[in-house]
Design a protein around this ligand. Structure first.
Ligand SMILES: Cc1cc2nc3c(=O)[nH]c(=O)nc-3n(C[C@H](O)[C@H](O)[C@H](O)COP(=O)(O)OP(=O)(O)OC[C@H]3O[C@@H](n4cnc5c(N)ncnc54)[C@H](O)[C@@H]3O)c2cc1C
Length: 256
């Protein structure tokens, strides 16, 4: 991020400076503030508050493709399953999986396709996958694929013989592709919203959008929040233009 007179003046991407009077970051809130900005770009107190924001957990997904011409009985679209004897967050996040959600995709859910697919989702901790050697990582993924098929046998008898392709994504996968700290599936916890809303006060001209625990923190919340922030940015630019035309010095931020 570059600044001119305390105001955002663009970004440097792949070594190239792209000038902009306003920048919207859709990256993770914490990496936007703590990695993309220099320490001196923002007030220390704001930076400390950003450091304290908690991120949400990650997950593992096991993608199971079913062979052509194989069929699966209708067992419902979403199956929430658990073998735990109590409701316990640690158990839900544990690598020794007890809770799984199976999403079943039938040809009827994807008109034009005659294939079936199943995705098994489990909550997971990034720390449990972070520092494994390549060999251990591959072994743990294989273990998860096998135990998932074991669990699925109960609902789809003989499923092993029907499987065409199976692939495992872990918190490391999500970190790699989304760059969210800890491979977080749903961005930050609720305190992230206030920090996200305040970014333009801390760094005028910079806005943040994405999953920050706004109502329904998944894609719907992120999309809705994107519209809100786009409006903030638009207002900022309009005020900036007006102020420049009038030769005034101060520009409203997102809150004004
Ligand atoms: C496995 C999984 C399952 C999910 N299931 C559901 C679900 O069923 N329903 C639901 O509502 N939500 C679900 N979610 C959550 C949903 O995907 C997110 O809430 C939503 O995608 C958040 O949008 P976002 O824009 O905040 O972040 P993202 O969609 O992660 O987009 C951020 C983008 O910014 C890019 N980026 C980050 N930093 C940089 C950088 N420095 N430079 C360049 N690019 C950068 C990333 O590569 C990424 O493309 C799921 C998430 C995961 C991981």
């Amino acid at each position: 991020m570059t600044f001119d007179n305390g105001r955002v003046s663009g970004v440097v991407a792949n070594g190239q400076h792209i000038r902009a009077r306003c920048v919207i970051s859709n990256g993770n809130l914490k990496s936007t503030i703590l990695d993309l900005l220099d320490k001196d770009d923002i007030p220390e107190q704001y930076r400390k508050k950003a450091e304290a924001v908690r991120i949400n957990n990650s997950s593992c997904q096991v993608y199971i493709g079913i062979k052509k011409n194989e069929k699966i009985d209708d067992i419902g679209d979403l199956l929430f399953t658990s073998t735990a004897d109590k409701l316990d967050t640690d158990l839900m996040l544990a690598k020794n999986v007890t809770s799984r959600t199976f999403s079943v995709y039938y040809p009827r859910s994807r008109p034009g396709h005659d294939r079936y697919a199943i995705v098994a989702s489990t909550n997971a901790r990034y720390e449990d996958w972070e520092n494994l050697t390549d060999q251990q990582y591959a072994a743990d993924k294989e273990h998860l694929a096998n135990t998932t098929l074991d669990a699925l046998e109960k609902y789809v008898p003989g499923v092993r013989d029907k499987v065409d392709h199976i692939e495992v994504a872990t918190p490391r996968t999500f970190k790699r592709y989304t760059l969210h700290e800890g491979g977080s599936s749903f961005g930050t916890k609720f305190e992230g919203l206030k920090i996200s809303r305040g970014i333009c006060d801390a760094a005028p001209g910079l806005f943040h959008t994405g999953s920050v625990a706004i109502i329904m923190s998944g894609w719907l919340g992120a999309a809705n929040y994107g519209v809100i922030v786009a409006n903030d940015a638009d207002r900022y630019l309009a005020t900036l233009e007006e102020t420049t035309r009038a030769g005034k010095g101060s520009v409203a931020t997102s809150r004004e």
